[in-house]
Design a protein around this ligand. Sequence first.
Ligand code: ADP
Ligand code: ZN
Ligand code: ZN
Length: 731
Amino acid sequence: MSFIRVALDVPLPTLFDYRAAAATRDDIGARVLVPFGKTIAVGVIIELASTTSLPPPRVRSVLSILRDVPPLPVDILGLLKFCSDYYHHPLGEVVLNALPTRLRRRQALKDEKAIRYRLTGTGLAVDAETLPRRATIKLELLRLLRATEAGIDEATLRAIAPRATAALKTMAGHGWIERVAVARAPPGDGASALRVVPGPALTDEQRAAVDTLRRAGTGFTPWLLHGVTGSGKTEVYLQLVADTLARGKQAMLLVPEINLTPQLEALVRARFPGTLLVPLHSGLNESERLHNWLAAQSGAAGIVLGTRLAVFTPLPRLGLIVVDEEQDVSFKQTDGLRYSARDLALWRAKQRAISIVLGSATPALETFHKALNGSYQMLALTRRVNAMLPVIECIDTRREPLIDGMSQALLNALRITMKRGEQSLVFINRRGFAPVLMCPSCGWTSGCGRCSAKLVLHLKDQRLRCHHCGHQERIPTACPQCGNQDLKPLGQGTQRVESALARIFPAARILRIDRDSTRRKHAWHEMRRQIHAQEVDILVGTQILAKGHDFPQLNLVGVVNADSSLYSTDFRASERLFARLTQVAGRAGRGASRGRVLIQTEFPAHALYQALRRDDYPAFAKELLAERKQAGFPPFIYQAVLRAEASRLETALDFLKHAAREGAKIEGAVMIYDPVPAGMPRRAGLERAQLTVQSRSRPALHAFLGTWHVGLDRAAGRKVRWALDVDPLEL
Ligand code: ADP
Ligand code: ZN
Ligand code: ZN
């Protein structure tokens, strides 16, 4: 063969031909350096070819084939091709996007070593009892190092605590810990070292779920593990991981966000001390990500624990995929290649003929629908492991005056909870002090000049901030429109609730947890420690707090301002609200006493709150599905959205109108809507519009998109930026 076809990171739907007489079949999937225009680019060999359609003088020669790491395996190339076809995104961008950044650079890798820390013989002999009890970090390090023979790397060390590095230095000074440089990706088959530390005895429901999964054996089966909050889904996953490792296979666990739940990583590590677990998420630096990726690709890592980007990781012995909190929108990328990691994980499981388990207390309706119609197998965990589900009540706010957004009933409950020495959480899904600043005399409100959004009042740092484009400005001393000096904050944010609570309960220890207060590195780690050490009475927080945390002393959850999404124009709003409230409510009463959840609402009779109170997701989901079917929404139809941005709205709309006319010429059962301004019509100085297309048949939609998107680039010209969003989660 004399030519290679190369994927390059350019927004063109083609491969590029180069002369490469030395390339062999084994080089498919390998990185290459090629001349591209006036520069040198890194690409990936997708095919070998004996001919090219280019005229001979235009074919350039490859500069070098990089053989520093093994090529991308065939199954990953297949996944990437599928991804490119399905999302109608250029293959080159898809392929290069799937590589760790370090492999997208022109320099070949040197034989870099990775640093790991291990206990020495002296360290192993240390009696933890002799350490002071306050030395929590040293104790944790000791415990973790004892549990993992392979040692821990820098990233894991940093995840333990801000002071872990210092603690490690001290311990190394005592001769307890050694620093070893290991080969980047030691080959190996995790199985030989398999050790499983027994977990708790399973509950009957967990046992039944595990037995069913085992009986089904291997082969492609998608499972929905529908388990209420606190029902112990993680233990079920861990049993399956143990089985997978015992068969000499690798397991991939996908989670929405790792940074927020480092305890999951610690739990999995401790359960399989002989197995190399590699995390893969955007919080790693380049070299860590590369190292972990290579350990997965070489087979040395038995477990990959990652966020959505991990779905592209090469795993030669992949035997199981778990997607936890499968409904979470963070599995869908919202810019560039708009893929759904959950959906790609399903495809991958099918391609490799293995089981995949989707876990959730409130599955996405798409998933639940498939479980109901038998495409997925359903397993249910209906009870909490060692606690009762919390009691959920609604507080009718039409009858009660509110104090900074909080009712007397909620305040009383907070007081009682505090008296009992238990913790409470006040949940409000808006950071800042107030969502908007307003002039009562002329009606002026603080708007963002670059977006169709209000500027949020942040009193702590005396700023008005746009949560969409990052714009910020000083708080005006007078109304810019009429000069009135008495501007009023409208509505509530976390800061306002926090200061109101501080005023009402001067003795309470209050902790605010939102994106602002956790921005500082390690801040969240310290906050979690405070909560567990019972140094906090009332938590005030956004949905950061809702996800997967176990706070045993937390018994009361109050929800402020839940109604706003009840009557949203987005047809997914109720589904999301139900999921979010279930998650928040799920934080209450995980310890000894039964939890209580108070939801403030003007619509206590609303079906959503009624279903929530009965903890009846299936009934609510069936109702929503019936509505969706009636209205012709997903999952009963398939959608794609063409999004356009331009400096003038007319320009964006004209492009979409043109696209709609071109689309109308294409045969097929596809419905094309009228172009409309986007839900948020202006963002960061650009006007945005969109055009929805849909069909009852997925193949029909994709055939249509395949033809349609080809001409769009030319039509867009330089003035319009456009993107196709397949299976959009936001309209
Ligand atoms: P979920 O993810 O379903 O909300 P978790 O997996 O977080 O629930 O489990 C909830 C709590 O119950 C955790 O603290 C976990 O350690 C504990 N747990 C799970 N299974 C068991 C079991 N079989 N016996 C005792 N405790 C368990
Ligand atoms: Zn005014
Ligand atoms: Zn803005």
